[in-house]
Design a protein around this ligand. Structure first.
Ligand code: 5AD
Length: 353
């Protein structure tokens, strides 16, 4: 890595800022030269957040989706996918099982499925809060009133990736969606007192280093509590079937840069990265990441949540999955966090009611 790049990295370690040009320069460094960047991100992570890794249990409760995202296997135009919906009771049972395994946060994720109305989700949130769990929702774009109701019932966090900061690319990839609406939802969620998560894909067709730099800067501007950054993986049942995938190296650079700019945010080692590169989880954990989201969906539905192909460990039961991760973490000298893993960035009000 050349001297200029090293200077930029040291400056970012000191003051957590980078210009767009500096980010582009670091993204453009040869892969063999990235070690300094990854090490710097690892140092910042350790300094601000310590060594503990937060484990989140994710329940993918419905693969129905009303959207047409051109990269995603859940898109409603994909008629080759067998669809499923879990009942509220089955979702609750899966959460109880995860709680028994030691999870303190449950993430409820689905396609954009209007079948689950506001009250169904609200009562589920209430029941999960009674178990003492932190609750993260990831249900896509909904109305302000729905977000408000769920927050009132105690939902702590909401994940809504911006996917790409480039409005034109956004609209090409999402023919039925609008970039401004997406951002508005994030601002609403912030205003309602959620800990917000956003993020992007890396290596999308037509995506340039300038666009990736804008993604990192948007995450900084939103001051997200969590940022999910994963590689694009072409799904054969989508219009982008023949597009080239993103790379593990570029994804790791994006994770590391985000860590430099957002020293206290939670950054997951994403499942998509592990799917692309077998050692992706370990590499992400050594490049700024401090969270792992583990699938606790009942096995019967696991391989139907087909966002992209070959999603890792679709056949592993929740207990075995957790044991395996605990072993990986212990080999890295990274303990499992014992608290609920709320964001340390600012004080979050407990939801009223
Ligand atoms: N490759 C990688 N990530 C994808 N997602 C959807 N489709 C793909 C794909 N083909 C991610 C998006 C979305 C989340 C549900 O999964 O970032 O927000």
């Amino acid at each position: 890595m050349n001297r200029k790049a090293r200077q930029i990295i040291s400056k970012a370690v000191r003051n957590n800022t980078l210009s767009k040009e500096e980010i582009i320069l670091l993204l453009s460094c040869e892969n063999s030269h990235n070690y300094d960047l990854f090490q710097a991100a690892d140092l910042v992570r350790r300094r601000y957040l310590g060594n503990a890794v937060h484990l989140r249990g994710i329940i993918e409760f419905s693969n129905y989706c009303g959207r047409l995202c051109r990269y995603c296997g859940l898109r409603c135009a994909n008629k080759s996918l067998q669809r499923y919906r879990m009942t509220a009771d089955d979702i609750y049972k899966a959460a109880v099982d995860a709680c028994v395994l030691g999870y303190r946060t449950i993430v409820l994720q689905s396609g954009e499925d209007a079948f689950y109305d506001a009250d169904t989700i609200a009562s589920l949130v209430r029941r999960l809060k009674e178990l003492g769990l932190a609750v993260t929702l990831s249900l896509g774009e909904r109305s302000y009133e729905e977000y408000r109701l769920w927050r009132k019932e105690g939902a702590d966090r909401y994940l809504l990736k911006h996917e790409t900061e480039d409005p034109l690319l956004y609209e090409k990839l999402h023919p039925d969606m609008n970039y401004t609406n997406r951002l508005n939802c994030l601002y609403w969620l912030r205003e309602l007192g959620y800990q917000i998560g956003s993020g992007c894909m890396v290596g999308l067709p037509g995506q340039t280093p300038e666009m990736l730099a804008a993604d990192v800067l948007l995450l900084k501007e939103l001051d997200v509590e969590m940022a999910g950054i994963g590689p694009f993986i072409p799904n054969p049942s989508t219009p982008l079937a023949t597009a080239a995938p993103g790379t593990a190296d570029m994804t790791l650079k994006m994770v590391a840069l985000t860590r430099l700019l957002l020293p206290r945010s939670h950054l997951p080692a994403t499942t998509a990265l592990v799917t692309l590169a077998g050692d992706g989880r370990e590499r992400a954990l050594c490049s700024g990441a401090n969270v792992i989201m583990l699938n606790v969906t009942p096995l019967a539905f696991r391989d139907l949540y087909n966002i992209y192909p070959n999603k890792e460990r679709a056949d592993e039961a929740p207990a075995a999955g957790r044991r395996q991760i605990e072993n990986t973490l212990s080999a890295l000298g990274r303990p499992v966090a014992q608290n609920a893993g709320h964001s340390p960035k600012r004080k979050f009000r407990r939801a009223a009611g």
